[in-house]
Design a protein around this ligand. Structure first.
Ligand SMILES: [Zn+2]
Length: 343
């Protein structure tokens, strides 16, 4: 299946970070506006190599973009440009996440940062017809006190965001953040957590049993615990897998060793995502292209993983029906094209 055809297919995406999706030239622009030096070649400071040492090495590649993302203007423009990149992949809807306490070094409040991203997404919705839901992130390696800036923001802005996440260095157990996640859960905000990416399946179990997660970011190492895998299948807990990023962070050695195809065949609720549009130089078309090439995926697997994603979006049931209907309408349009239908 050609990339041009994959690109035409309608899509949703669950797992994508704003601060790993700053275009290189946007980073340049907002570094210069702050009078900060621009390291060269800038691309090497913004795009992680195909193989990093580990997750922490990958995360360090975000620092330059974060230096640039220290104003509401930079956040708004990045959010707007990301909706355009999503539209270029025929997205209907995406959930985009970030930790706004990483963007307040110049004295802005997390509320000002959140409002700026929402303005960017809203303008993108009007201009490119892609809707974005916001997931707010806390980070494992931050203290609960610093993370509480974001959890309080989430609760105060319950109607403007769709979910809550724990990301960052997985060496740190999540239980330290339990009190925050109890409050988020009590406020009715759905939780997704990065787990079993850079650490074993015990982090995934902790996410489900201690931190109220209903979706899991990555979950690459789930199969190391067969009992837990049985449970994840039985409860249809969705995994937000990001193949290119998972290879970059060494969560798995290569595309060929990536467990996504094994998981799909075993009945895991697998979804396909990018994680990033810049740090990982990918888009959702590219992720599916890799899966088509590596595992011989076709329309069946693409549709199945997309419908799993739609079933697990953090949206109201009414909105879910709307997105599913739009997905089916656009899917059928592509299938009716003469080159595919054989007319
Ligand atoms: Zn992620």
């Amino acid at each position: 299946m050609e990339a041009t055809l994959i690109r035409k297919l309608p899509k949703v995406e669950l797992h994508l970070h704003l601060d790993t999706s700053v275009p290189v030239e946007t980073t340049r622009k907002f570094l210069a506006l702050q009078g900060k030096p621009v390291p060269e070649p800038l691309e090497d400071f913004c795009v992680a190599p195909a193989k990093c040492i580990n997750l922490v090495d990958y995360l360090n590649r975000i620092d330059t973009a974060l230096d640039a993302l220290q104003s509401p203007e930079a956040i708004e423009e990045t959010a707007y440009l990301l909706t355009k990149a999503l539209a270029d992949n025929n997205h209907i809807y995406a959930e985009v996440r970030y930790a706004p306490n990483l963007n307040i070094r110049n004295g802005n409040s997390v509320q000002e940062i959140l409002d700026a991203s929402l303005r960017g997404f809203e303008q993108g919705r009007k201009d490119f017809c892609v809707e974005v839901g916001t997931i707010l992130c806390t980070l494992r390696h931050f203290t609960p006190e610093f993370n509480s800036l974001v959890s309080e923001l989430a609760i105060k802005n319950r109607d403007k965001i769709v979910g809550f996440d724990l990301a960052g260095d997985e060496n740190q157990p999540g239980i330290i953040q339990k009190a925050l996640f109890d409050k988020i859960h009590a406020a009715g905000i759905p939780v997704t957590i990065h787990a079993a990416e850079a650490w074993g399946p015990e982090r995934l179990k902790e996410a489900l049993d201690v931190l109220h997660a209903v979706r899991i970011g990555h979950g690459v190492r789930l199969e190391e615990d067969p009992e837990l895998m049985k449970r994840v299948i039985a409860e249809q807990i969705p995994l937000e897998m990001c193949p290119t990023s998972n290879v970059q962070t060494n969560a798995t050695h290569s595309f060929a060793t990536h467990p996504i195809n094994r998981y799909l065949k075993a009945g895991v609720a697998v979804t396909v995502n990018t994680d990033a549009y810049t740090t990982t130089p990918s888009d959702l078309t590219g992720e599916y292209e890799v899966l088509v090439k590596t595992f011989d995926w076709g329309f069946k697997e693409i549709r199945q993983t997309q419908e799993t994603a739609i079933r697990n979006l953090f949206v109201s049931e009414g909105k879910r029906k709307e997105i599913l209907a739009e997905f089916q309408r656009r899917w059928n349009n592509v299938m009716e094209e003469p080159v595919i239908s054989g007319i």
